[in-house]
Design a protein around this ligand. Structure first.
Ligand code: 3HC
Ligand code: NAI
Length: 703
């Protein structure tokens, strides 16, 4: 028998244990192994019932995602065929579900006649998150078990339900008393079924899955959901598959499901989402740091500055049950910060996401102070004071004096040099950048900035604590803007320059939202504040030796006090939530174009797309070449989770691969020659892009 399966016969029952850690993913080898074990049990006259279980507790997290896009995904025996064969065995087959039954794992359980789960087990069909649909019977067997509407909701949401809810829905027949007794209880269940001469499969609970639904259910459902689905393909395919379950026989429905699944699997959307699945897991690996490096222990955290960022940062830790000392300079600011945190929690109570008792428990973990002596026992200190080098260095020098040896000292700076902060104290090895995004208690992204001197265990500990507080941590080296904001620069520059050449803010934004970005660049800048961006620009202007004509729009809007949404006028004019194109802005752009000697023309959408996005991509590739980003997929994660880049495109680097690296390079070269001195100055292809194209590579990697 295969190393992937533990097989034994006990009490007239075949126990088939899945053993492919960590999650028993159903690779081709695994399918072969399961099928052959099931065939053996089916053929053995001693065997009266079969139990499928996970040897290490966990049942199965589904098909092997790494196989999609390769021949192995459908290689014989395919998952649908394997499950069909299991469903045809003429003996009771019981799935004993420990920890997880997800995707193909739940479909495996649905192919069994009977199911029992441990109390903490989570069950679901999360394929939609990968741009897929359940493709091994999920869309056909689940509605026949729990009805079409419940099945549709579960599959479209990708939600994982716990064992008790699964029992109430009708997915599980039984819930075991506890995880330890699961297999014993499954065996007892088997004995009962044998004793009662139970059929191999009980009668279908919902043989007519749509019997309680109106006839026009699916057409109405589509009508109401289409606007929400936007460009997503998978929800549309799921709905078609569920409709098929209501109209066709099981056999026909399974064939339809397979065709729809293959369409989803081949789509660029699913490729992008699968890329992101692995990108997220890869981001935690740091090539020069061994996975078993001993970490520093983090039991108490301190945050300095109770402003917009400091408050949100503190909330992350108390939400995870870690006590936080929150330090401010003055009691008024501290009170304001603590009140704001409480207000944020109250909103969660109103929305039913937290109870009052939970809020009190969290507030108890928060300790406001004006005294640095209270930071002496903190294991991790995060500074979030004003964005000024002198102030930050002063704060770090104080920390150097008061903090215990080995404490990790982090800065939340968004634009200052982390190395310059580190080098200003006696323990630069303990310093790291933790660039949270606003609102810090909501945004999942965290750029972890590794300084020149940052100790490996400081970085590794920080990555681990980030995971503990539910953040997606991506490592960046030190440079102006780190990964995300540095890429924002050329992207934003092109957008501004395009206004001077004849585009309007709304035209640029429409192209970008048309690609799927959450917001266009000008709406985003109006939200962030034209004034805020101006001040950041001013602070960094002396260092710049470049042509800054493209900054003129922003500078002039600032001078006109058009600060964006907050002042009702910026790149747009606002009336309440309503955003309008403003002729004054177009007139301003015309005036500036003439002052700067830039001739205006009609600009087509493709040019806007290429200039903004190719410059974004080019900068990302340059960051990779410089070693600021460890891998292209990290860049994708930053832009998707921090800047609203569409996940369906897989991030700017993945999108560039889809467009074709040679086309991206050709586009950059074209504008370099077409845009005169401006093109000469800014459209410089990243050397790594040129090398990749010259070598005929299609994948972005350091090379
Ligand atoms: N296929 C291949 N590898 C998988 C996998 C899968 N279905 N699920 C998890 N893994 C791998 C991860 O890549 C990771 O590998 P690594 O250690 O080399 O990075 C390892 O298992 C552990 O995963 P996590 O780091 O994510 O561990 P967690 O404990 O945080 O989470 C999990 C475990 C909840 C199972 C999470 O990994 C998950 O959500 N997995 C995907 C589940 C899923 O989407 N299943 C549906 C697959 S598609 C399908 O079944 C199609 C079918 O209908 C035909
Ligand atoms: P803020 O102005 O809202 O808060 C700063 C707080 O620090 C104030 O409450 C102030 O009283 C306090 N403070 C100032 N000097 C102090 C000192 N010496 N000791 C103790 N407290 C002091 O500013 P915000 O927006 O929270 O920014 C803080 C840091 O986070 C900055 O470095 C900023 O660049 C960075 N950041 C800001 C983001 C944002 O979107 N606002 C995003 C990411 C990073």
């Amino acid at each position: 028998m295969s190393d992937l399966i533990h097989y034994c016969l006990e009490d007239g029952m075949a126990l088939i244990g899945l053993c492919r850690p960590p999650v028993n993913a159903l690779s081709q080898r695994m399918r072969v192994a399961i099928l052959s074990a099931c065939e053996r049990a089916a053929a053995d006259t001693e065997v009266k019932a079969i139990i499928l279980h996970g040897v290490h507790g966990l049942f199965c997290a589904g098909a092997d995602i790494a196989e999609f896009g390769t021949d192995a995904a459908f290689a014989e025996p395919s998952l649908p065929d394997t499950l069909m064969r299991i469903s045809e065995i003429d003996k009771p087959v019981i799935a004993a579900i420990g920890k997880l039954a997800l995707g193909g794992g739940l479909e495996l359980a649905l192919a069994c006649g009977y199911r029992i789960g441990e109390p903490g087990a989570r069950l679901g069909l999360p394929e939609i998150n990968l741009g897929l649909i359940p493709g091994a019977g999920g869309t056909q067997r689940l509605p026949r078990l729990i009805g079409a509407e419940s099945a549709l909701n579960l599959i479209l949401s990708g939600e994982q339900v716990d064992a008790e809810r699964a029992r109430l829905l009708g997915i599980l027949d039984r819930v075991a008393d506890n995880a330890e007794s699961l297999l014993d209880e499954a065996q007892a269940y088997g004995r009962e079924l044998i004793g009662a001469a139970a059929p191999a499969r009980p009668a279908e609970q919902c043989p007519k899955p749509a019997s309680d639904l109106p006839e026009d259910f699916f057409s109405r459902f589509r009508e109401s959901q289409e606007p929400l689905w936007k460009k997503r393909l998978a929800p549309r395919l799921v709905t078609s598959a569920l409709e098929a379950a209501c109209l066709l026989t099981l056999k026909e429905g399974l064939a339809r499901e397979l065709a729809l699944f293959q369409q989803a699997e081949a789509s660029t959307q699913s490729q992008a989402l699968r890329h992101l699945f692995f990108a997220e897991r890869e981001a935690g690996r740091i090539p020069d740091i061994p996975a078993d490096l001993p970490l520093r222990s983090i039991r108490k955290v301190a945050v300095i500055g109770a402003g917009t960022m400091g408050g949100g940062i503190a909330m992350n830790f108390v939400n995870a049950g870690i006590p936080v000392a929150l330090l401010e300079q003055q009691s008024a600011a501290l009170d304001r910060g603590l009140t704001q945190i409480r207000n944020n929690y109250e909103i969660s109570v109103k929305r039913g996401k937290l109870t009052t008792a939970q809020v009190e428990a969290r507030m108890e973990l928060l300790y406001g102070t004006l005294d640095y002596a209270d930071l002496a026992d903190a294991d991790l200190v995060i500074e979030a004071v004003f964005e000024k080098m002198e102030i930050k260095q002063q704060v770090f020098q104080t920390l150097d004096q008061v903090c215990k040896p080995g404490a990790i000292l982090a800065t939340n700076t968004s634009s200052l040099d982390v190395d310059a902060i580190a080098m200003s104290i006696s323990r630069p090895q303990d310093v790291i950048g933790l660039h949270f995004f606003s609102p810090a208690n909501v945004m999942r992204l965290l750029e972890v900035v590794r300084g020149k001197a940052t100790a490996p265990d400081v970085l590794a500990t920080t990555m681990q604590i980030a995971k503990r507080i539910g953040k997606l941590a991506v490592v960046s080296g030190v440079c102006f803007g780190f990964i995300g904001n540095r890429m924002l620069e050329p992207y934003s520059r092109e957008a501004h320059r395009l206004l001077l050449e004849g585009a309007t803010p709304a035209q640029v934004d429409q192209v970008l939202t048309g690609v799927g970005l959450n917001m266009g660049i000008f709406s985003m800048q109006d939200l962030a504040g034209v004034d805020v961006l101006y001040l950041i620009r001013q602070a960094n202007r002396t260092a710049s030796v470049h042509d800054e004509s493209y900054c003129r729009m922003g500078d002039e809007l600032y001078a006109l006090q058009r600060y964006g949404q907050k002042s009702g006028r910026g790149f747009y004019r606002y009336e309440g939530r309503d955003r309008r194109e403003d002729p004054e802005v177009v007139a301003l752009a015309e005036r500036l174009s003439s002052e700067l000697g830039i001739s205006r023309r009609a600009i087509d959408d493709q040019e806007i797309h290429d200039r903004c996005l190719f410059m974004l991509i080019n900068e990302g590739i340059q960051l990779l070449d410089e070693g600021i980003a460890l891998r292209a997929s990290d860049i994708d994660l930053v832009w998707i989770n921090g800047y609203g880049f569409p996940a369906l495109l897989g991030g700017p680097m993945h999108y560039a691969e889809q467009i074709g690296l040679a086309s991206v390079l050709a586009g950059i070269q074209r504008y370099r020659s077409e845009l005169g001195a401006y093109g000469e100055m800014w459209f410089k292809p990243a050397p790594l892009l040129e090398r990749l194209v010259a070598a005929g590579k299609t994948h972005i990697e350091r090379f």
